[in-house]
Design a protein around this ligand. Sequence first.
Ligand SMILES: Nc1nc2c(ncn2[C@@H]2O[C@H](COP(=O)(O)OP(=O)(O)OP(=O)(O)O)[C@@H](O)[C@H]2O)c(=O)[nH]1
Ligand SMILES: [Mg+2]
Length: 354
Amino acid sequence: MMKLSVKNSVKRLDVRVVGIGGAGCSSLSRVAETLSSSGDMSLLAIDTGSAAHALIGTATTLSLGNGFGSGGDPVAAAKLLREVEADVESFVIGADVVIVLAGLGRGTGSGISPLIAEIALNAGALVIAAVNMPFEFEGRFRNQSANNAHDRLMSTADAVVTVNNNDLSKLAGGNGSLNGAFQEADRQIADTVYAFTTALTASSDRFVAVQLSLRGAGDSLVLSGSAEGVHAGRTAMVNAFGRTEIRVTGAKSAVIHVEGGIGLSLGQVAEAVTAVRGQIGRGADVHVSSDRRVDLGQGIRVTVVLAGIGADSNSLDSTTPIIGLGKREDRPSVSIFDTAAPVRKRGPMLLPIG
Ligand SMILES: Nc1nc2c(ncn2[C@@H]2O[C@H](COP(=O)(O)OP(=O)(O)OP(=O)(O)O)[C@@H](O)[C@H]2O)c(=O)[nH]1
Ligand SMILES: [Mg+2]
């Protein structure tokens, strides 16, 4: 019998975000604020303390144990997850992408985030972790514990984006408050979620190819830059790379998304891609998509996910693992997604009668 498949709607990429522990839940709140205008994304908050409570009404929440935290013990936190493993499985089942958020160094985030990554991976999702590493002053024990959790995330999640708290305090010139630094960490993690979501959703019709490029990529970096003018594509990227302290020397793959107003030209897109290529070398799989957004006027914004990065060790904090890029036998591929949305025509106007 012939099977008819009727395709009457475009499949949207299903992205779900899980915040774990005090820091993870705090970052998740920030994600919820960032995304409130751009729609429906499933959120899950998990904590052994009271942090998940704050997200009731915004996210699905799972409070573990007696609600007094894990006492800073990742092993105790991991044991508590067993109570709710089935709930986590049913949350991630069917997701295309699961993004795991946590602050590493204490109990809940360090103990539970690698387990969530594993559950999501087993459910077939592309798993991205966006985590922050403790300040140096938090001590050797926390830093060691964070490194262990980071190692485990690197071997379970596909791509790991790391925000180093030490870099945040450098940004504030050492004068900022601790709270300010944590807010900045939350902001950077929320921006990372936004960038991944924008870049992956824009290329959803080629998601399988993008997913292949990001599978097991390891250390990853997200950049976003804006500019106006003739060479806006190049300028946006130069600005973005200029803002990071990491000198990237290579990447396994890059997902580049260019948004621009009515003036967005192919030349600007090409310039942005060339600028990224100039930074990461020619061995990477590059996926490019573009979109017209009338509200951007003459400006353009370029968002880049660099997955599986190699980096200049001098510019990295000692807590940041560095992965070397192996020799890739296969030929680098470039696939360009043309998803430029047409400028929307104004709908028929309804005139008040009478
Ligand atoms: N982004 C962010 N990071 C934080 C915040 N508060 C603390 N951190 C960092 O995240 C690390 C983990 O702290 P928490 O998230 O409070 O710890 P937890 O995972 O809940 O673990 P336990 O409370 O020990 O069960 C700390 O070592 C800090 O470096 C926050 O509000 N936002
Ligand atoms: Mg806690």
